[in-house]
Ligand binder design. Structure first.
Ligand code: 13P
Ligand code: SF4
Length: 397
């Protein structure tokens, strides 16, 4: 049998061109300082001092130490967006994180402020797993299957602004890893709650959706189906869709998806009295075996509050785990899985890019601004505001 080869995917050399089909552009105009420049730290300090209150630097917990050193505030994705919104006096917000976070900050800041992402190649592989055309197509098929009326979209912060806007247009909410339980409860409430008839279309992280449903809400795993955007009808039958309560988008984090059951078992074997703590983007079987599960903020707070001498095996991004080990030397902190590497896109933001962005601002030149289309931003804001209105909303743990 002969098959027609698929059209080759366009390959972009990092730092050149722009891929509009993914959630981030890839472009880095201008000359970057050399990573070997011994004056980088001094240059970053001088540029920040020259800019004073005109710039506010936000750093996600997964950023490199060399970048975190220059952050005015650190936090998880939504805490950082709220921090950005709380600084109306700073015309420039330099976002040291990934593209979807900078987009959310742009949506939540005023029109007079500009959000800057020091390297546009800092995307998120999970966010890239759901393209807006695929999501619109999915909704159309859910409508044809007669289930859209009882389905509420719940979209993880780790998604493009276009998908947040889709969520706003269809009466859904955004969630973070810290409030996913509240968001799901809210979404299901309209059709009889957890035991009722309503459904959630959970985008784009299947693991966070499954973990929240099964672990936090006590739902059955059998109630979850996975929508594969590359298959007709998501690879599901109408009957499967009708029976399901959670329609999970087939997306995952390429970093957290690599933590394994074997690694948890090895940690328990090798480290006496170890406590295993993981991010809810990890696979369900890993989360089930952990002692604690939570967002980056929760992981930090839990470890900070533990008595000296506690042993931890931590399943989240390596920059954060290494920093925790340095900050809490009286606790014994290990990385859960030896085969997991840094989040490569988070690591795109390095000191040369930060220096380049700051020094450009000193010269009144804005590089890599993140500007979400006005209509998209208005619809996305509805879904973000819905999250803020959730009972007891907190992005802090
Ligand atoms: P947090 O919101 O918990 O910081 O997580 C963001 C993220 O990208 C995790 O991979
Ligand atoms: Fe995206 Fe995973 Fe990196 Fe978080 S750790 S930014 S979810 S790829």
């Amino acid at each position: 049998m002969t098959t027609t080869p698929a059209a080759p995917l366009p390959l972009l050399v990092l730092g050149q061109g722009r891929d509009l089909r993914t959630e981030r552009g890839v472009e880095c105009p201008g000359d970057l300082p050399a990573p070997s420049d011994p004056d980088l730290v001094a240059r970053a300090r001088a540029a920040k001092a020259a800019l004073g209150d005109k710039v506010f630097v936000l750093g996600h917990h997964y950023q490199r130490d060399e970048v975190i050193e220059f952050a005015d505030v650190t936090g998880d994705s939504f805490k950082l967006a709220k921090e950005a919104a709380a600084r109306p006096e700073a015309p420039w917000i330099v976002f040291c994180g990934v593209h979807f976070m900078a987009e959310s900050a742009d949506i939540l800041t005023s029109d007079d402020q500009t959000v800057i992402l020091p390297d546009l190649a800092a995307g998120c592989s999970m966010a890239d797993m759901a393209a807006i055309a695929q999501v619109e197509d999915c909704w159309e098929q859910l409508t044809e299957a007669g289930v859209a009326d009882v389905t509420v979209p719940v979209t993880y912060m780790n998604s493009s602004a276009a998908i947040k806007a889709f969520t706003g247009r269809h009466g859904g909410t955004i969630c973070t890893s810290s409030n996913a339980k509240t968001a799901l409860t809210w979404a299901l409430d309209e059709h009889g709650g957890v035991g009722g008839e309503g459904k959630v279309l959970f985008l784009p992280d299947q693991h966070l959706g499954r973990n929240t449903w099964a672990r936090d809400l006590g739902g059955a795993l059998d109630d979850c189906v996975v929508w594969d955007p590359h298959k007709p009808m998501g690879g599901l039958t109408v009957e499967q869709l009708r029976d399901a309560r959670m329609i999970l988008w087939r997306g995952h984090c390429s970093v957290h998806g690599r933590f394994t059951v074997e690694a948890v078992e090895a940690a328990r074997r090798e480290i006496p009295d170890v406590r295993v703590i993981v991010h809810p983007e990890c696979r369900h079987e890993v989360v089930e075996l952990a002692d604690e599960v939570g967002s980056t903020e929760k992981i930090i707070k839990t470890i900070a509050a533990a008595p000296d001498g506690t042993a931890w095996a931590v399943g989240t991004e390596l920059n954060l785990v290494q920093r925790l080990a340095k900050e809490f030397p009286k606790q014994r902190i290990a990385f859960l899985e030896k085969n997991v590497c840094y989040c490569s896109t988070m690591n795109r933001i390095d000191l040369p890019h930060l220096v380049w962005a700051l020094e450009s601002l000193v010269e009144e030149r804005v590089v890599n601004p993140i500007r979400v289309d006005e209509q998209v931003a208005a619809d996305a804001r509805r879904a973000l505001d819905q999250m803020l209105a959730l009972p007891g909303e907190t992005s802090k743990d």
